[in-house]
Design a protein around this ligand. Structure first.
Ligand SMILES: Cc1ncc(COP(=O)(O)O)c(C=O)c1O
Length: 419
């Protein structure tokens, strides 16, 4: 039985707010951390702290063993191989690695396609790569009410397309894109397929073999793990071909005065002392999620978003505008909205209660913690006809009661702010 209240009891931060209550709905930004993760990190520091790969003394070997086992555990969680599992700081660093390394490989005539619903971390690295190498970046349109599928991507392909890099799930609209067929169809045309899985790996079963993607990036802190650790997963044969991203210790086999021989993967992409405690913490987070079952995590969030859309209809507040698909089958636990100051005003821009005000008031009125702003996805936000939105995003410890509090807050803010 999936029991959010029991799950919540594993998270020390919620004990701090036991009396006054806190309804944390900013999980797309980062999640809270259970004791199991915190304790795994503390235990590493108290018992085995040492640098990895170097020391042949006891705690050095222990640290190396913990680090390697963490990699194996995280790789198996996504159905991948340990040698294809590169530890990076976060999804952003994973996508920067991909853009920097691949843009040097594909040559200056190559085209890269991303979608409008991307987070900046899957846009800006390609723009930088374009400035550095001359590759061309194209942005696909995406329908706010629907998901991206193969036919949408196909329209943008040319004989110069070398890479398609798209998000599995949108951090603004909650859209879960249909990536089935994408890998096979792109590979048939010799195109590299990259998935930004920052909003999918934490929330649903994700298997890199099923997705048939070449590279996939995600962040530990969005899935109960610590900050500063994430993964770029890659098919080993592609990673072996890709040039290194950063140089330094750990990523070499041999260094000479005028050249170096890179280490085998994954070390080739892990220059310098890694985030050892981060990997151990993320592995503990993976254990926590495995116990819950990712099918159950997805089912729980689907229930919360279905309930949210129902509550919105019941509230029937004309000034409330929300975005994203209405079908919970293709929607994650993300609810993004605005409140118009004047519900009859048809102006697209500038007539909203500022989302920062919504976020501030929701916390003061109902203890509901929301995000506000452009959520690092400006092209998508601006295409909605606004500069900013308020966003609620759910996770394993949220309940239907939390959604009720969200709608109490929306109703009260509406009463105060709408003319
Ligand atoms: C879809 C998506 N991709 C990438 C990122 C970047 O994650 P991070 O800041 O952990 O690198 C985020 C963060 O919100 C995201 O939602």
């Amino acid at each position: 039985m999936f029991n959010p209240e029991e799950i919540k009891s594993h998270f020390p931060i919620f004990r701090r707010f036991e009396r006054e209550g806190i309804i944390y709905l900013d999980n797309a930004a980062t999640t809270q951390k259970p004791s199991e993760v915190i304790e795994a990190i503390v235990s590493y520091y108290e018992n085995s702290n040492s640098n990895v790969h170097r020391g042949v003394y006891r705690i050095g070997e222990e640290a190396t063993d913990l680090y390697n086992k963490s990699r194996e555990n995280i790789a198996s969680f996504i159905g991948g191989k340990p040698e294809g599992t590169i530890f990076v700081r976060n999804a952003t660093e994973g996508l920067n690695l991909a853009a920097s390394s691949l843009s040097r490989m594909i040559g200056k005539d190559g085209e890269v396609i991303v979608s409008r619903m991307e987070h900046h971390s899957n846009i800006v690295p390609w723009q930088i790569a374009s400035q550095n190498t001359g590759i061309r970046l194209k942005m696909m349109e995406s329908n706010v009410e629907s998901h991206l599928k193969w036919e949408d991507v196909e329209k943008y392909l040319t004989d110069k397309t070398k890479i398609v890099s798209i998000t599995h799930a949108s951090n603004i609209l909650g859209t879960i894109n249909d990536l089935r067929e994408m890998g096979k169809n792109l590979h048939d045309r010799g195109i590299i397929f990259i998935v930004d899985a920052a909003q999918s790996v934490p929330h649903m079963p994700v298997n890199v073999s099923d997705l048939d993607c070449d590279l996939m990036a995600f962040s530990g802190h969005k899935m109960l793990g610590p900050s500063g650790i994430g993964v770029l997963y890659g098919k080993p044969e592609l990673l072996e071909e890709m040039p290194p991203y950063m140089g330094g210790g750990e990523m070499i086999k041999e260094v000479f005065e005028d050249h170096f021989i890179p280490a085998d993967i994954p070390e080739k992409f892990e220059a310098g002392t890694p985030n050892i405690e981060g990997a151990i913490g993320l592995s503990a987070a993976v254990d926590f999620l495995k116990k819950l079952g990712m099918e159950n995590v997805r089912a729980h969030e689907k229930d919360l978003i279905s309930y949210t859309l129902r509550r919105e209809e019941e509230l029937n507040m004309p000034a409330l505008r929300s975005y994203g698909p209405r079908n919970p089958e293709i929607r994650g636990g993300i609810y993004t909205f605005n409140i118009k100051k004047d519900s009859k005003d048809g102006r697209p821009f500038g007539n909203e209660v500022h989302p920062h005000d919504i976020s501030h008031m929701a916390d003061r009125i109902e203890g509901v913690e929301l995000r506000s702003g452009h959520h690092c996805a400006m092209p998508q936000t601006v295409s909605l006809g606004v500069y900013a939105t308020a966003r609620a995003s759910y996770y394993i410890y949220n309940t239907r009661e939390d959604v009720d509090h969200l709608f109490n807050a929306i109703e009260k803010i509406g009463r105060r702010m709408i003319r």
